[in-house]
Design a binder for this molecule. Structure first.
Ligand code: 5GP
Length: 115
């Protein structure tokens, strides 16, 4: 697994600013700089896993924690009517930042299929 630094590592270390909405020992959640919905938040592990395909069996608890963090943040944001969770993975998945992140999109009706 390659663990190249991304700007998300700098956000974790507070070296560049971000609108952080949740943080604990394992995860960080902050608002996307280019929101695609009224609520658009990224949940990331502090461990720099580049993409979902690089997660290992030892990351099982962490992966569960990330999903429960999504749920917690969505509740915090008042998304009681539902929301979309997306993980773009690799080139075909449209991933642009190579640090695993879960998009929370909400506050409007989502379409299916996504583009
Ligand atoms: P991806 O396309 O890799 O799934 O998503 C990367 C996301 O990171 C994009 O939605 C993009 O707007 C967001 N992003 C890129 N750079 C920054 C940044 O410096 N700060 C924040 N808050 N979001 C960023």
């Amino acid at each position: 697994m390659t663990t190249q630094e991304t700007l998300f590592s700098k956000i974790i270390r507070k070296e560049i600013p971000a609108d952080i909405v949740y943080e604990d020992d394992l995860a960080l959640a902050f608002r996307d700089i280019n929101p695609q919905a009224p609520v658009h938040i990224l949940v990331i592990p502090k461990k720099p896993i580049p993409k979902l395909a690089d997660a290992e069996s030892g990351d099982q608890d962490l992966m569960g924690h990330l999903l429960l963090t999504v749920k917690r943040v969505a509740e915090q944001e008042g998304l009681s009517n539902g929301y979309r969770v997306a993980i773009n993975t690799g080139n075909d998945g449209g991933q642009t930042v190579h640090h695993l992140h879960l998009h929370i999109l909400g506050g409007r009706q989502m379409n299916w299929p996504p583009g």
